[in-house]
Ligand binder design. Sequence first.
Ligand code: UDP
Length: 240
Amino acid sequence: SEAGAKRRRVLLKLSGEAFAGGGGLGVDPDVVHAIARQIAVVVRDGTEVAIVIGGGNFFRGAELQQRGMDRARSDYMGMLGTVMNCLALQDFLEKEGIEPRVQTAITMGQVAEPYLPLRAVRHLEKGRVVIFGAGIGMPYFSTDTTAAQRALEIDAEVLLMAKSGVDGVYDSDPKHNPEAVKFDALEYSEVISRGLKVADATAISLCMDNALPIQVFELLTEGNIGRAVRGEKIGTLINS
Ligand code: UDP
């Protein structure tokens, strides 16, 4: 995970929000296609890519809870939303000539394999892309935490956190504060102590405890996934 060194195996976390495109809800096929094209380039270049996709374009459990729903049930709805994103990306990766496999933490044999970490690693070794759906399969967790856990279990070198509409970590929200300053590098402890909105605290502490570097960058800029995979200094790099 040295800067400047091409990564052998990465875990790419894609925000669900990005999948919605301008529409805000559901899946915009044009956006998913563009993301698939970026991923196909790095896979053809020999990097092993595993993916976790969020579900914020469908449901967030905490938001449904605020509107009166049971939290655990809302979280299951959130997890099911991520699977639709996985299937959309699977489709466009296939169209790019890549062999994608979806593995879900909630079993649904008609649409995906169950989460089987050893098989996931075999897929990666054969040059297939593995897309992990349904989060970690448990309420009260996030897809960021899922991404950290999956990255660790499959021995990825780095967690690539691709965000939509923001090109790194800032000291305040750049959408609301024009004076916001971007960090090129951060320590895990600073992310937690400053309350920076990179990922939830569970995800950050999992990375910190296991020295898994996180690179945060903008997803929809053509070629950015490749830049991050090659270890170029884009966005914000978080480590100890
Ligand atoms: N979720 C969950 N457990 C998990 C992963 C996700 O309960 O392991 C639910 C949770 O309700 C969350 C929703 O799925 O709000 C969508 O995921 P997330 O908010 O992480 O998506 P993102 O914001 O990255 O698009």
